[in-house]
Design a protein around this ligand. Structure first.
Ligand code: F6R
Length: 276
């Protein structure tokens, strides 16, 4: 069962930034899995603001791997995830582009998208994977029906995802049809998963993912197999959670050693084994 923290979007961003900083203090060359889209923007802004005020831990040695990328969009396009990650993560944190990897935006018949995972493995695996959730229950771009054991691969975006993401583009037609995404099996190998969800449009998917059956029809439900998942969600996203009273109480009454998110818990751990 995921730890569910129901709080404001702003506080969720602060708590996640605190957690990232704590990991970096424990492990200066920590490896982050970074998401794109609207959901994680507050976290990235918070980290950037702390750095601008010289308050941030030393992130100079961290590495990061993006979850996914559109296929068929030039990498220079402002909405390619190469561009988004560069704008929201790499540059504000003062990192060298080589410290941050994004899946390829062009795939030829000879390419094997799974080779992205060789790079993740070579970096020692992902310490904290940040994920958002799609209104259809996807994480990464693992659309409903994705194998729960899937690896990094080329996928076709669902119509729902393209409609949801049309707000970043001019029209629906401009939203790419394909992507490369880390698989659900890949995501499960991260040592910790932090899932963020804000707004009522995520309420149904979140309730299905955290409290429903584990099923490829709700790809995010696979996080129920992971031992260290924290979901930071706002009231609107939490509105359909059956156990929301319990989550609120458990957070309010958390043991003193856990007054700070993950306080008292070692963030660095051996890599998780492949699969589940
Ligand atoms: C983005 C990603 C997606 C988004 C999801 C929610 O890298 O992997 O799963 O997290 O589509 O998107 P937003 O945050 O824009 O609502």
């Amino acid at each position: 069962m995921a730890e569910v923290v129901i709080t404001s979007k702003e506080e969720a961003a602060r708590l996640t930034a605190d957690l990232f900083e704590r990991l970096v203090r424990e492990k200066p060359n920590a490896v982050f899995g970074v998401a794109t889209g609207s959901t994680p923007e507050g976290v990235y802004r918070e980290l950037a603001a702390r750095r601008a005020q010289h308050l941030l831990a030393d992130f100079s040695r961290v590495r990061a791997f993006a979850l996914d990328e559109y296929v068929g969009l030039p990498v220079e396009h402002p909405e390619s995830y190469h561009s988004v990650i560069e704008r929201q993560w790499t540059r504000p944190l003062g990192l060298h582009p080589e410290q941050v990897a994004v899946p390829p935006a062009v795939i030829t018949a000879d390419d094997n998208p799974e080779s992205y995972e060789t790079r993740i493995d070579a970096a020692g695996g992902i310490d904290i994977q940040l994920v958002g959730i799609g209104s259809n229950g996807h994480i990464g771009f693992n659309e409903p029906g994705s194998s729960l054991a899937s690896r990094t691969r080329l996928k076709t975006l669902s119509r729902q995802t393209r409609i949801d993401n049309a707000r970043f583009f001019g029209t629906l037609d401009e939203v790419p049809r394909y992507c490369v995404t880390q698989g659900l099996g890949t995501i499960l190998e991260a040592r910790r998963i932090v899932l963020l969800a804000f707004g009522v449009s995520k309420a149904r998917a979140l309730a299905n993912a955290l409290e429903g059956p584990v099923t490829s029809s709700v790809p995010a439900s696979v996080v129920q197999f992971h031992p260290h998942v924290t979901a930071l969600v706002d009231d609107a996203a939490a509105s359909l959670l059956a156990n929301q009273d319990y989550y609120r109480e458990a957070w309010q009454e958390r043991p003193p050693s856990r007054r700070i998110l993950f306080d008292g818990i070692t963030l660095t751990a051996p890599p998780r084994r492949r699969g589940f």
